[in-house]
Write a protein that binds this ligand. Structure first.
Ligand code: AMP
Ligand code: GLY
Length: 422
């Protein structure tokens, strides 16, 4: 088989590594990819939002399966463009990807179908939102409706902060059009867990759990990022919680989407908060998490292509997902200054230390080739993942491996995975 992957981050590198393990695959392409993905796939210089050019490439190269890694093209309807051309593609249609594309949609869906989540109000008018904030309880959470690279969420401790936040989202359009509509929701406390799943429109199969660290600095301080590190499994996500989630969240979500005429085929990523009143949904995503994929996929025993084909064909009920009985920790190496402003183009050295290792991986996120050298090309540069029999050992190994890699402005959090050692 020939497989095309659309995207260029650490998640797409993790997907490419999983695809490479499949006995069904002869050749991998990635558009546009990065320097690391380029070592196992042929890079195609087409941007993820150029749907027609990508579909034309898939037709001309006789691609058997295209996997969409990123949220933007999914929400923009790339799957519909591919399907119209009779191409096989893994990911939700535009109608289904709205689960991630609009927080107002997903909140209304959860309310309509009784899926546990924070209480909320939706606003399209700034003055109405400001009036609501006058009498609200604090802390409170403001969310830009649309996609904002995981950064469109503001947690406001008091009224003044919330008023400034609402003005920046809806007035100054800090997150662009994503902020034309804003959700204001109840602040929840508890452990966060990320649960990824495969869906075929009717059946859902849950992958092993993970936990992300979204804030930029140690101690969960600083601005929200796309994610600074992950570990898997989450020891807080017990079998009992999994059963509650299956009954109250996972199955109802898939059924709700089908009932709404938005049957979901692809990955649903459940961002959950384990509150004292039970698990509640923080957010849905319509794709693998980044850097969740970097700890979940290396632990998966199944052939990823086999699972994806069953999703497309609506036969996922024939598949049992299996994961290694081990643990993984991923530490993101970022450019200092991320997510606000940072320099690019710094040479990266030490990557050879990962060659031929089966217990440590270096997933490339923001990297590029320049004059025959690998250089930094983004905020999140690399994801260093280590596998071991349990989390503590995996964490130690991952941090040791971060020392192998050198580049100017290298920044990482030092407390990834501390939670499970408390
Ligand atoms: P989201 O993109 O919706 O997952 O939000 C990003 C991060 O903001 C989450 O991972 C949480 O840490 C935090 N967050 C979002 N919504 C809430 C909420 N209702 N209560 C507390 N924290 C939240
Ligand atoms: N790491 C969170 C996300 O991918 O949205």
């Amino acid at each position: 088989m020939k497989v095309l992957i659309v995207g260029s981050g650490g998640r797409e590198h993790a997907i490419a590594m999983a695809v490479k393990k499949s006995s069904k695959v002869d050749k991998i392409y990635c558009a546009p990819g990065n320097a690391g993905i380029g070592e196992i796939a042929e890079l195609v210089p087409i941007k993820p939002m150029e749907f027609d050019a990508l579909a034309e490439f898939a037709v001309n190269e006789k691609i058997d399966l295209t996997i969409i890694g990123m949220d933007d093209p999914l929400v923009g309807g790339i799957v519909d463009v591919f399907e119209k051309k009779g191409l096989r593609v893994f990911g939700p249609s535009k109608a289904a990807a709205i689960l991630e594309g609009s927080k107002a949609f997903s909140k209304d869906l959860m309310k309509k179908y009784g899926i546990p989540t924070a209480s909320y109000e939706t606003f399209t008018d700034l003055n109405e939102a400001l009036k609501y904030l006058e009498t609200a309880e604090y802390p409170i959470v403001l969310k830009a409706d649309g996609l904002a690279l995981g950064k469109g969420v503001l947690i406001c401790m008091d009224k003044n902060e919330a008023i400034e936040g609402a003005k920046s989202i809806m007035g100054d359009k800090k997150f662009g059009d994503a902020g034309s509509t804003m959700v204001i929701e109840e602040f929840m406390t508890g452990r966060e867990v990320s649960v990824l799943s495969f869906c075929d429109g009717k059946t859902i199969r849950i992958m092993t759990s993970a936990q992300d660290h979204k804030r930029a600095y140690d101690g969960d301080k600083g601005p929200n990022t796309g994610g600074m590190g992950t570990f898997s499994p989450s020891p807080f996500y017990t079998k009992e919680i999994d059963e509650i989630c299956m009954e109250k969240i996972y199955k109802p979500t898939v059924e709700a989407m089908a009932k709404e005429g938005r049957s979901f085929k692809g990955i649903i990523f459940f961002g959950l908060m384990l509150t004292s009143k039970g698990p509640k949904v923080l957010e849905y995503n319509a794709r693998f998490g980044d850097p969740e994929a970097q700890v979940v996929l290396p632990r998966m025993k199944n052939d990823i292509i086999d699972v994806m084909e069953h999703c497309i064909d609506g036969t996922l009920s024939d598949i049992n997902l299996e994961f290694e009985d081990n643990a993984a920790v991923c530490v993101v190496l970022a450019s200092d200054g991320y997510p606000v402003s940072y320099e690019k183009g710094k040479e990266i050295t030490g990557l050879d230390a990962f060659n031929n290792r089966k217990d440590i991986f270096c997933f490339h996120a923001g990297t590029a080739m320049k004059d025959g050298k690998i250089v930094t090309n983004g905020g999140r540069v690399l994801g260093i993942t280590a596998l071991d029999s349990e989390l503590k050992a995996a964490r130690k190994k991952a941090y040791e491996a971060t020392e192998f890699v050198k580049f100017d402005n290298k920044y990482m959090r030092n407390d990834i995975g501390m939670a499970f050692m408390e």
